[in-house]
Design a protein around this ligand. Structure first.
Ligand SMILES: [Zn+2]
Length: 112
């Protein structure tokens, strides 16, 4: 998920923007306060904006995962493992039951 600095226009993955406020911080409510790695400006990103981007990314990752078929290729298996763990991490915030079931199913199909 990419974020763009409101001040200098620098765009980077959200992980590069230092998180200044924790989830549920009373000061910023439904927003994420983050620091631009380029100019240092503190930017407020709306939670909705972040979640919308994350939802798109989750859909793309889930789709990619659904297209991986059982293989012995260690490169592909490593990629599948990576996608699964990223989706698990993201889903901690979303709690989509179907997604967890899908991940478990794919894990069984690919790794057992
Ligand atoms: Zn900036």
């Amino acid at each position: 998920m990419n974020l763009t600095c409101h001040h200098c226009g620098f765009t980077a993955d959200h992980l590069e923007f230092t998180y200044l406020c924790r989830n549920g911080c009373p000061a910023c409510g439904e927003s994420d306060l983050r620091q631009c790695p380029h100019c240092g400006t503190q930017c407020v990103f709306s939670r909705a904006e972040s979640l919308e981007n994350e939802e798109i990314e989750m859909r793309a990752l889930a789709h990619k995962l659904s297209e991986i078929s059982k293989t012995d290729d260690p490169t592909i298996l490593r990629e599948a493992k990576d996608i699964i763990s990223r989706l698990y991490t993201m889903n901690r915030r979303w709690n989509i039951k179907e997604l967890n079931q899908f991940l478990l199913k794919r894990q069984k199909e690919l790794f057992f």
